[in-house]
Ligand binder design. Structure first.
Ligand code: AMP
Length: 526
């Protein structure tokens, strides 16, 4: 049985490992030595999860409670030896199950006793796990590779099962029970990770990325990604972050009821439009529909929305992800009325795509998506099959910290440290700072959100869990020693808060390097 102390030794080795392969190697080597019941805590802790994600409500230990336990560990009267990995996990599950009266005090007591069995180093690592702040550069992909290695099967198969079932538990269970991975179907009402597109700065660059001369071209709507599940419990709508947003859109639910579908999973976009002209409304207006818990019907009247579907993943018992795009689209056309389907043209050359791009922009949309007509639907992947072209390059950055504002902005966390994902190091790294772009209402909202995810409070400034994604406009990317990434953004400004995006989907340091180099296609270099 693995001791928690041994687990930490592994974490330290993983942290200092050079490159992805060494990390994966270490994780697999330890994994195959463990008992099966140790796999889950091992996998969860490495990725900074104290308990499984699907346990509602989370662990219930905040920054303050953790600080108290850290500063006052309670040593046991009769020490039983150092805690094992599994002991730690079981205590955390016990803490999770505490509900009702005096729950905070009871949680503190259990946690302080657990910490009392640990060295100060172990305590700090446990705190990092609880805060989700491991900073050892392990991502899900590493874990899935380690599972493939331990179970002696192909990486792609593990990934497929994980994407279809959404949980590491089930993935381990299903794969070790010998089920044919190609017979595993998704679960209705458990959202799947959507397929994503790569950014391209021009239409031509887009065609080069997907490597074909003709492709399908769709409008890229400026809305909110939605996955619609239809089954015996009626329609449910899920966001890109896999949360259920059905109740925010009562009117959509109603007309989805009228689709001639018994069971299905559809992919699309929700957009808001102006009732008088039919023109799309800015994303900010659409977001007002999301944060709302009251007056839903009134807001539905002021900010009408519609859905534009562009793919089908599952239909009446059949999983369609291995079918080519064009077949899926034919099926979509058969079962969904045309007005609810994205504007799409097939067999389009780059020069015609250029025209469609300009038309989309002139109609108030974000740009176009160029899709290979033979592409499978790869869950959760940003592959080379779909490309997005917008009128301007933007970055999706993660907020790493914030400073309190002055004057009119007193009382609000209003100056934000922005980060990109550094794949090699497996962590977010800073690239700039901005106080521009948010409305007062958004500043207020952001302050509340940031305060709930603090990991370090320095008085005038706080550091937070990398959870909030913002889409950022910028004028130029410069080399700069000021930020850890080695780059800085000139005139950065938040275009919008991307609540629909996961931090794992943020721009990477590699994206920045590419964009930096691209600037010199037009500019001179000293
Ligand atoms: P971005 O948010 O810039 O990363 O672009 C990807 C997003 O564009 C997707 O997650 C969808 O929400 C959105 N989108 C809008 N129209 C389409 C479309 N026709 N096909 C795929 N994605 C679309």
């Amino acid at each position: 049985m693995m001791l928690f102390r041994e687990f930490i030794e592994l974490c330290k080795r993983v942290k200092s490992a050079k490159g992805i392969n060494e990390k994966k190697g270490l994780i697999s080597t330890y994994l195959i030595r463990l008992d099966r019941d140790e796999w889950i805590p091992y996998i969860l802790f490495l990725t900074g999860h104290p308990i499984p994600d699907n346990l509602e409500g989370g662990l219930g230990i905040g920054y303050k409670l953790l600080k108290k336990a850290l500063s006052n560990p309670v040593r046991p009267l009769f020490p039983r030896g150092p805690p094992k990995l599994l002991d730690v996990y079981n205590t955390l599950l016990e803490i999770y199950r505490i509900r009702g009266r005096d729950s905070q005090a009871k949680r503190l007591s259990l946690l302080s006793s657990l910490m009392g069995l640990m060295s100060s180093e172990e305590r700090i690592w446990l705190a990092n796990i609880i805060l989700g702040e491991m900073r050892i550069g392990v991502v899900e992909g590493h874990i899935l590779s380690a599972l493939a290695y331990a179970l002696k099967i192909n990486d792609d198969i593990v990934r497929r099962v994980y994407m279809l079932r959404g949980s590491l538990y089930e993935t381990v269970d299903l794969l070790s029970s010998g089920v044919d991975p190609y017979k595993i179907s998704p679960k209705l009402y458990t959202p799947l990770r959507p397929m994503l597109g790569q950014p391209a700065s021009t239409v031509l660059e887009g065609y080069n990325i997907i490597g074909v001369n003709t492709a399908a071209v769709e409008y890229k709507y400026d809305g909110f990604r939605v996955q619609i599940h239809i089954g015996d419990r009626g329609p449910r709508l899920f966001s890109r972050r896999l949360t259920d947003v059905t109740d925010s859109f009562p009117e959509l639910k109603e007309y989805i009821y009228s689709f001639d579908v018994k069971e299905g999973i559809f992919d699309g976009e929700i957009i808001a439009y102006e009732r008088k002209t039919g023109k799309p409304l800015p994303f900010q207006d659409l977001m007002k529909r999301f944060r709302r818990l009251e007056n839903i019907d009134e807001y539905a009247r002021i900010i009408p929305v519609e859905v534009k579907l562009f793919d089908v993943i599952y239909l009446d018992g059949k999983l369609l992800i291995d079918k080519p795009y064009i077949e899926r689209r034919n099926l979509l056309d058969k079962v969904i009325p045309n007005e609810y389907i994205s504007k799409t043209l097939y067999d389009i050359s780059p020069s015609d795509a250029e025209k469609i791009f300009r038309e989309a922009i002139s109609k108030g949309h974000e740009g176009i998506m160029i899709k290979r007509m033979d592409s499978p639907y790869i869950l959760g992947s940003r592959g080379r099959y779909w490309v997005k072209v917008k009128d301007k390059d933007t970055l999706d950055l993660v907020i790493l910290g914030a400073e309190w504002g002055h004057g009119r902005r007193r009382g609000w966390l209003s100056d934000y440290y922005l980060g990109v994902y550094d794949v090699d190091r497996g962590e977010y790294t800073s690239i700039g700072k901005t106080f521009k772009g948010l409305t007062d209402e958004e500043l207020q909202y952001m302050t509340k959100k940031l305060l709930s995810i603090i990991v370090k409070d320095e008085g005038y400034r706080v550091w937070v869990k990398p959870e909030i994604v913002v889409e950022v406009d910028f004028n130029e990317i410069q080399r700069s020693p000021k930020y850890r990434s080695g780059y800085a953004l000139r005139l950065a400004r938040i275009r919008r808060i991307r609540e629909d995006k996961n931090p794992s989907e943020a721009s990477t340091l590699d994206d920045i390097r590419k964009l930096y180099r691209k600037q010199f296609v037009r500019k001179g270099r000293l």
